[in-house]
Design a protein around this ligand. Structure first.
Ligand code: ADP
Ligand code: MG
Length: 339
């Protein structure tokens, strides 16, 4: 291992242990992996899907929003810990249209994960949205019932987190777990769910989908597991995928492959992405636009190329300088090279 990659991997493992203690992942039922609250099962998800989907997919007059209408719109979002009577996130805003990718970068504890969890309706106990708004496909999430949330997660907005192994049941074969998500989220029968499950494993570029389908999680590498989780997350055709430190636990090469996969999905399906990382290089590889967060505030927000080349805020300059040591250039999107 080179000194450079060693440093990166040290940083990652520090981040990882911190994140694990924050997120306390447990072994979850398959349906929980499609973006629902950890520990929660939503076997009834299929039954109320149509109502919430209709609420999310259509405007007040029943017409579908135009192609450029934002699929996710976060305005001046404030998040407060009621237990500690402390505002944690102090006004985050961004808009995400289909096929776009927004990055959120910042040091650990800056409020990235809570911002994502607010958009997924899975804030921890005592932690609440205390100001601003989140609209998913035109619907204000403040108006959603728990049933509508259950239906929306996975089918409109979905997520992948760090540490994929903890989201899979270790004693159930991967294929059965994917098929379960497909059945619950799309209401398909067993045979159809199996076919769709295999298609999904193919879609995330797993080399031998039939083999992976029949394997147990422990038989797969971290990178393969993360692909499996992405397959589960896209099973119901969401319009927004939130990837919160989704590649942080992986080595640099596998990380780059997973980011390529997300970029592919985005191009092929118009999936909109929120990519969260403490690592500017990850954001640089995928995102059109970046928010730099520090201590619950957005200190800088702009097109990725502009923020990388001409950072305005002291803290962003520091992040960029830190990453230049690792050769940020190789992560830059091709279009930036022509500017
Ligand atoms: N369940 C919780 N209750 C109270 N405070 C929390 C909770 N989860 C996170 N926080 C606090 O909110 C802040 C932001 O956390 P988080 O969004 O996880 O940051 P990031 O993802 O940027 O590392 C941190 O100070 C953290 O301690
Ligand atoms: Mg986090």
């Amino acid at each position: 291992m080179t000194a450079l990659s060693e440093k990166r991997s040290q940083q990652r493992s520090q981040q990882q242990s911190q994140q694990q203690s924050e997120q306390q992942p447990g072994h979850l039922n398959a349906s929980a992996r499609a973006g629902s609250s950890p520990g929660r099962t939503d076997a009834a998800g299929g039954s109320d899907r149509s109502a919430a989907e209709a609420a999310a997919a259509t405007g007040p007059d029943g017409t579908a929003p135009g192609p450029e209408a934002p699929v996710l719109s976060v305005r001046d979002l404030r998040i407060t810990d009621r237990a500690g009577d402390r505002e944690i996130v102090h006004g985050v805003g961004f808009e995400l249209t289909p096929g776009k990718a927004v990055g959120i970068v910042g040091e650990s504890g800056s409020g990235k994960t809570l911002t994502c969890r607010a958009a997924l309706g899975i804030l921890p106990p005592h932690v609440e949205v205390s100001g601003g708004s989140v609209h998913i496909a035109g619907t204000d999430i403040a108006d959603l019932t728990p049933r509508q949330w259950t239906a929306l997660r996975g089918s409109t907005v979905s997520a992948v987190f760090q540490d994929p192994a903890s989201y899979l049941n270790p004693s159930i074969r991967v294929g059965a777990q994917i098929a379960e998500v497909v059945r619950v989220k799309t209401g398909r029968g067993r045979r159809e769910a199996r076919r769709r499950g295999l298609d999904l494993l193919r879609a995330v570029h797993l080399r031998d989908p039939e083999l992976v389908y029949s394997q147990y999680p422990f038989e797969l590498s971290g990178g393969m597991l993360q692909r499996v989780l992405i397959a589960a997350a896209i099973a119901a055709g969401p319009r927004v995928l939130i990837a919160d430190e989704a590649t942080t636990a992986l080595d640099v090469t596998v990380q780059a492959e997973i980011l390529d996969l997300l970029a592919d999905l985005r191009e092929q399906t118009g999936l909109a992405l929120v990519v969260v990382s403490h690592d500017l290089a990850v954001i640089a590889q995928v995102c059109d636009e970046v928010l730099v967060m520090r201590q619950g505030e957005v200190v800088e927000h702009g097109p990725t190329a502009q923020v990388l080349h001409d950072p305005r805020h002291e803290y962003t300059r520091l992040l960029v300088a830190e990453h230049e040591q690792y050769g940020l250039d190789r992560f830059r999107a091709p279009e930036e090279e022509t500017r």
